[in-house]
Design a protein around this ligand. Structure first.
Ligand SMILES: [Zn+2]
Ligand SMILES: [Zn+2]
Length: 260
């Protein structure tokens, strides 16, 4: 459901991610030099490390890990360059190959409003016994990739679906069917496009914004990008009706006109 007219210029009134506090910088357990504040790592990429993977201290599922995206205190994937994002993709893939049982749910939460508990850029890997309902529900559906294309690179496309539930909701997927995000370079390209899209959103919003992104590893894998610019409330959560205040074609043209 699209209901334009309530939004002003892009970025006006958008929620922002808070500036770092001194306490955050002094106590961040993911920064280089504080490796003893996390459980022993399950994977280290680079020497000295550039990306490390550690068990989640407070797991909700049997196996849950945190991928620390950089040794420096960066607070969003938007700050990672393409080489670093390729190492993040490598870490996801290597952990999948090391632990091939079950379904691996990979996700990124940025900002408190999106459930991000620690500010230092990271992703989470959650091993589930089976594909979750969101993935099985779309098993017969190919992702819709011809809606509003924002950018295309090396066989991966970022689009804003016309049925986007919230402003700037995006889909990043290989341009042809591909059921294996865990091998090859396509996942790295997808994460690079995700970072580029996030940079554009930060430019439009005048600073970092809260955002969720997750991988759906179905017959045609894709990343879903869900910016948290509006608060989900009783209509969305209770009725499953999403009133998108920004038509995706308008959102896409804003993003295309913004440098990544
Ligand atoms: Zn840090
Ligand atoms: Zn999906």
């Amino acid at each position: 459901m699209i209901a334009p007219g309530r939004a002003g210029r892009p970025g006006a009134g958008w929620p922002r991610v808070d500036e770092p506090t001194a306490e955050e910088l002094v106590n961040c357990p993911f920064c280089v030099g504080r490796e003893d504040r996390t459980p022993p790592e399950t994977l280290r990429v680079g020497d000295p490390w550039r990306v490390r993977v550690v068990p989640n201290l407070y797991p909700a599922f049997e196996r849950q890990e945190v991928v620390v995206h950089a040794p420096e205190h960066v607070r969003t994937i938007a700050e990672l360059d393409d080489d670093q994002l390729a190492l993040v993709a490598e870490a996801w893939q290597r952990r999948r190959h090391d632990e091939p049982e079950g379904y691996l749910h990979a996700l990124i939460n940025e900002g408190k409003a999106a459930g991000g508990s620690l500010a230092h850029s990271h992703s989470q890997l959650v091993w589930l016994p089976n594909a979750p309902p969101a993935v099985t529900a779309e098993r017969e559906l190919a992702p819709v990739l011809d809606d509003e294309v924002v950018v295309e690179r090396d066989g991966v496309v970022a689009v804003l679906p016309r049925a986007g539930r919230v402003p700037y909701e995006a889909l990043i997927a290989p341009s042809g069917p591909d059921s294996d995000p865990w091998s090859g370079g396509t996942l790295a390209t997808a994460l690079q496009l995700l970072a580029g899209l996030t940079r554009r959103l930060h430019t439009l919003g005048g600073g970092p914004i809260p955002l969720n992104a997750w991988l759906h590893a179905g017959p045609w894998w894709h990343l879903e990008v869900f910016p948290r610019l509006t608060v989900l409330a009783g209509i969305e959560l209770g009725a499953g009706l999403y009133v998108n205040t920004l038509p995706p074609e308008e959102a896409a043209s804003q993003l295309r006109e913004t440098a990544s």
